[in-house]
Design a protein around this ligand. Structure first.
Ligand SMILES: NC(=O)c1ccc[n+]([C@@H]2O[C@H](COP(=O)([O-])OP(=O)(O)OC[C@H]3O[C@@H](n4cnc5c(N)ncnc54)[C@H](OP(=O)(O)O)[C@@H]3O)[C@@H](O)[C@H]2O)c1
Length: 288
């Protein structure tokens, strides 16, 4: 395999980590932020792949505004579904591997235990449907796409993105001295972006394909996750638990969407770091 790779969504939390890790491993990386290249332009995607002739394309670009997507489902669908069709078609044409990222929200959360790759999907809203459609487009046009589902991504890049991430939101609210209420009845598996980046590169280097779950490896409520963030940051915050009955959101979300990294384990991919270590590293890297 040639060492030429493209990363779309290169200025997002995952995109920056992919570019950094690929460069560290000696790849010739072209990273495109949204300002440089909007993946919903089929023509630009096609031209970019034809010109650079990469061996692999990582798609870290995504529309991630779960609640806003209920107002503008078409915008979510364009970025998360039709753009993946553009990428899959261009990868097919150029004989490039596609590594695409998806979400724990393809599940409805009713299982009450971490989801494996063989569990049935049932998305609950516009964002979730658009991400599932992205998976289907990748599978429709490519015989061996690599689709990596993840959950609650946080990485140092989130300090500089408009959307930010959960740790940054918590730390900001604590700084402002505001009372903080976080749901204790919703469970996910928060995932550290540097770990997700290196594991997905490892999967590609091992020539794996199909769907993989790459969550943080631990099922944790958002309340307990917030507690851990404050503990590792050494901050006292006015944190209290709430629940979905008190804290309503526009979009329906799965109550229990933690991911079991079953295929990663079967294939011998390096396990993800513990959540405690990941949060401690995040706090150290981001600085005070
Ligand atoms: N963040 C999470 O909690 C979470 C949870 C589950 C799954 N995931 C999945 O994990 C992957 C990485 O997420 P992340 O946390 O790194 O997201 P992120 O920080 O929000 O980054 C996404 C990037 O995609 C860019 N983008 C959006 N629309 C685009 C378009 N049409 N063309 C090109 N770039 C576009 C965004 O640019 P702008 O900022 O300029 O819009 C942003 O830089 C995504 O597939 C996401 O769906 C994330």
């Amino acid at each position: 395999m040639s060492k030429r790779v493209i990363v779309f969504g290169a200025s997002g939390q995952l995109g920056v980590e992919l570019c950094a890790e690929l460069s560290r491993r000696g790849y010739e990386v072209r990273g495109y932020s949204r300002a440089m290249l909007d993946v919903s332009s089929a023509e630009r995607v096609e031209r970019t792949l034809a010109e650079f002739d990469p061996a692999a394309v990582f798609n870290a670009a995504a529309y991630n505004q779960v609640d806003v997507a209920e107002r503008e489902p078409l915008a979510a669908y364009e970025a998360n579904a039709l753009a993946v069709r553009n990428l899959a078609l261009a990868c097919h044409q150029n004989d490039a591997r596609l590594v695409h990222f998806s979400t724990d929200y393809v599940f409805d959360g009713m299982a009450g235990r971490p989801y494996t790759e063989t569990d049935a999907v049932h998305p609950l809203g516009a964002y979730a449907v658009s991400k599932l459609a992205g998976e289907l487009y990748a599978q429709a046009y490519l015989s061996r796409p690599l689709i990596v589902r993840t959950s609650g991504v946080f990485g140092p890049g989130g300090r500089h993105t408009a959307r930010g991430n959960f740790p940054e939101l918590m730390l900001r609210l604590a700084r402002e001295g505001k009372p903080i209420r976080v749901v204790e009845d919703h469970v996910a598996s928060p995932t550290y972006a540097p770990g997700l980046a290196s594991r997905s590169i490892e999967m590609l280097e091992r020539n794996l394909d199909g769907i993989f779950h790459c969550g943080g490896g631990e099922a944790v409520s958002w309340f307990d996750y917030a507690k851990l963030i404050f503990e590792k940051a050494g901050i006292h915050a006015d944190l209290k638990p709430t629940n979905e009955r008190e804290y309503r959101t526009t979009a329906r979300r799965p109550k229990f969407s933690a991911l079991e990294n079953a295929r990663m384990r079967q294939c011998g991919i390096t396990p993800m770091p513990s959540l405690a270590d990941a949060v401690a590293d995040y706090i150290a890297v981001r600085g005070a």
